[in-house]
Ligand binder design. Structure first.
Ligand code: 13P
Length: 376
């Protein structure tokens, strides 16, 4: 079969990419991002007085990958370079535990967001140098997908066009290299929630970013059928003040009037508006050839992230060309981390909490998540 805009990757890779991308969003499962870099993981440990050591990070990741039943809700996990090489205390590699459980291993391959020269307050994600060789090694180790996160901050006079374009270009070059190596690229352009911007401003920036990203992906001949998009939900900034906005929204045959009146971002009644606007933005910008959209959680409270994903699927699932899924880190792990506290005696309870969040998010993919699921 010839695919429109077919990139020059081998037939074998093309089929592998399409199959892997489909598997990552199949059966209402989603992704677990456990790819925090060492500094990020250490910061989260420090808040809970957990020692910031290689061994503590290994023990934490062992708690996660040995959670029995995780594969019922999780199709793939994203690892970090340190973690992909780590082993359980009995010597079994994490990679073996995951693949034996039917979970596809993925790997974060960017080397972090650095200050963008001449653009105060803006970042560019690095990691393209030597990437081809690193991808080869990860594929040989067993990884079948990868992740690269670009961050777009909203503030006074930012984001600039140059920041959006530079990040979109890097994402597209990363994605093409991944596909050449047989790895499905998770393309993550994250519009940050930090700041006092409105939901409408986040919508504008998200749409502009996604449009630019897909121009660049096409330009670099990325096979859209063999990638997953990992965007932010469209949300007001964390410190956004109550505001008033009205907007007409249309998805397929349905019309919605979106009204935001004197509401704080995290309030219950905002959920429908967030779902409508997020889906509308994606509808406008993401080609139908992309098999799945897996949201990041971005610092949202875990139950709220599940609720928002649920409402999107409940209202729009049957009208959308792509699966609406999740690729959460904090919104799956945080409750478990807080229970674990670095103590062996808390492992079982932490695993229960992790499994619970994974199940809630799978239910949200079906539009079947309810508050009753949270009752202890
Ligand atoms: P959060 O879900 O915590 O935003 O993390 C997702 C992620 O993988 C960031 O790159």
């Amino acid at each position: 079969m010839k695919i429109f805009g077919e990139p020059p990757i081998t037939d074998m890779n093309m089929q592998l990419l399409i199959d892997t991308a489909k598997k990552l969003v199949a059966d209402h499962k989603g992704l677990l991002a456990m790819d925090e870099s060492n500094p990020t993981c250490n910061k989260r440990f420090a808040k809970l007085d957990i020692p910031q050591t290689v061994e503590a990070r290994r023990a934490y990741r062992e708690m996660i990958v040995t959670t029995s039943g995780l594969s019922e809700s999780i199709s793939g996990v994203i690892l970090y370079d340190e973690t992909i090489r780590q082993k359980k205390s009995d010597g079994t590699p994490f990679l073996k535990i995951l693949t034996d459980a039917g979970i596809i291993p993925g790997i974060k391959v960017d080397t972090g967001a650095k200050d963008l020269a001449a653009h105060p307050g803006e970042k560019i994600t690095e990691g393209l140098d030597g990437l081809r060789d690193r991808l080869k090694e990860y594929f040989q180790m067993g990884a079948r997908f990868a992740k690269w996160r670009a961050v777009i901050a909203i503030g006074e006079g930012i984001p600039t066009r140059s920041c959006i374009e530079a990040n979109a270009h890097a994402l597209a070059r990363y994605a093409a290299l991944c596909q050449e190596a047989g790895l499905v690229p998770i393309v993550e352009p994250e519009v940050l929630m930090d700041g006092g911007h409105t939901l409408e401003r986040c919508r504008q920036v998200t749409e502009e970013t996604l449009r630019t990203v897909f121009v660049q992906l096409n330009c670099q001949r990325v096979l859209l059928e063999g990638m997953i998009l990992k965007p932010n939900m469209v949300l007001p900034g964390f410190t956004c003040l109550p505001h008033q906005e009205v907007e007409e929204s249309a998805i397929g045959e349905q019309q919605f009037q979106v009204r935001l009146t004197d509401r704080r971002p995290d309030e219950e009644q905002d959920i429908d508006e967030v779902a409508n606007i997020t889906v509308k933005s994606l509808w406008r910008t993401v080609p139908a050839a992309v098999p799945g959209i897996a949201f990041l959680s971005g610092g949202q409270e875990a139950e709220l992230a599940s609720t928002r994903l649920n409402v999107m699927n409940l209202r729009f699932k049957s009208q959308l060309p792509w699966a609406l899924s999740f690729s959460f880190a904090r919104a799956i792990q945080q409750p478990a981390l807080e229970i674990w506290q670095g103590k062996e005696s808390n492992v079982k309870a932490a695993q229960q909490a992790l499994l619970h969040r994974a199940r809630c998010n799978r239910a949200a993919r079906r539009g079947e998540y309810t508050a009753v699921m949270e009752k202890k």
